[in-house]
Design a protein around this ligand. Structure first.
Ligand code: NAD
Length: 332
């Protein structure tokens, strides 16, 4: 029914969105969810089986760049909030073919903001932009990104996300729109696309293939368990201060090679090979162009102001993630 409060979640068939939707529906019994997703190669409705029959959930296959579609959604439903997950999200793809990143990440965000601005005049409805710590560029061995760190994006992906963040910011300052932005570190957990690091290591290990590691494997990322991220997003959506940004991190810094070793060691126990260890399949490959050395975030603001902290210990989260992929890849 039109009078029900409905939140638009874009990109809900992707990794983080499809973990977020079941979480949000359970946590917010008075709010319906409308998922708008283009179902690119990265999105799959298989990720949303657990909510398919939920009466408070609906799905529309569509592009966030489609002005008429987004407008009709705002006409037909009582949209009281937007959380924008939809994006082209893989840095390597942005290096090989950046155009889609400009379209979806910048133009798509702009389109959503424009429709919301038009329909939300005089309301306090909220627009929440999901962004990345990659907008801040690369760190050396020390220090952390903070909310007031300079934006220094280095890849077409991070530059497109940075542009979107600036558009969101401008809609607050110019039009007074109620916006929040959260910038998080690398997520891991169930439902992540095969192309990303952790699924790639698991998949190639189990398939008896070379496990590709960029450069010397020393690039450091902070890893945030996706459910911790979902809790942070829900908190910021409801209680974050309008016009502000919040950094979310997992306090789990580790380099890529060490992750690969950890996964191989766990697989050696869970699915022992006839002889030797999965570690021997690790192979260094040509580094990613412009590969940022290190990202790490200081999440003190979210913890102090909103009482959010990441709870999952990396080894436990990784173990759960591996179990999920073992189930998915069981017939490799
Ligand atoms: P993903 O690639 O797994 O999913 C993206 C989803 O968006 C897919 O379902 C895809 O079909 C959909 N989509 C793409 N273009 C679209 C369009 N034009 N219109 C509608 N839907 C479209 O990405 P993810 O890892 O779930 O990331 C979600 C958000 O979080 C992104 O905005 C990303 O930049 C951000 N983020 C992700 C990470 C991470 O580690 N995964 C870290 C920081 C920030």
């Amino acid at each position: 029914p039109k009078e029900n409060k409905t939140i638009v979640i874009t990109g809900g068939a992707g990794f983080i969105g499809s973990n977020f939707i079941p979480f949000f529906l359970a946590k917010n019994p008075a709010i319906n969810v409308l998922n708008i997703d283009k179902l690119t190669y990265a999105g799959s409705l298989d990720n949303l089986k657990e909510v398919q029959s939920n009466k408070r959930y609906a799905f529309i296959k569509g592009d966030i760049c489609d002005f008429d579609l987004i407008k009709s959604v705002f006409e037909d439903f009582n949209i009281t909030g937007v959380i924008n997950f939809a994006a082209e999200s893989h840095v390597d793809n942005s290096i090989n073919s950046p155009h889609k990143f400009i379209k979806t990440n910048i133009e798509g965000t702009f389109n959503l903001l424009e429709v919301a601005r038009h329909f939300w005049k005089g309301t306090n409805n909220r627009f929440h932009q999901i962004s990345t710590d990659e907008v801040f560029g690369s760190l050396g061995d020390n220090g952390f990104f903070k909310e007031d760190s300079n934006y220094q994006p280095n890849s077409p992906y991070s530059a497109s996300k940075a542009s979107a963040d600036f558009l969101v910011r401008s809609y607050h300052h110019t039009y007074g729109m109620n916006v929040v932005t959260s910038n998080c570190s690398n997520n891991y957990g169930p439902k992540q696309h095969d192309e990303k690091l952790i699924p790639t290591v698991i998949r190639t290990a189990l398939g008896g293939k070379e496990i590709p590691i960029y450069g010397n494997g020393k690039n450091v990322r902070d890893w945030l368990y996706v459910i911790d991220h979902c809790k942070g997003i829900d908190t910021i959506y409801h209680r974050g201060k309008s016009g502000e940004t919040y950094l979310l991190g997992g306090n789990n810094e580790i380099d890529n090679l060490s992750i690969a070793h950890k996964i191989c060691n766990i697989l050696d126990i869970k699915i022992p090979k006839e002889n030797g260890s999965y570690n021997s399949q690790i192979k260094f490959v040509k580094d990613r162009l412009g590969h940022d050395y290190r990202y790490a975030v200081d999440a003190t603001k979210a913890s102090k102001n909103l009482n959010w902290t990441a709870l999952e210990k990396f080894d436990i989260g990784l173990d759960k993630t591996i179990d999920w992929y073992l189930n998915k890849y069981h017939n490799i």
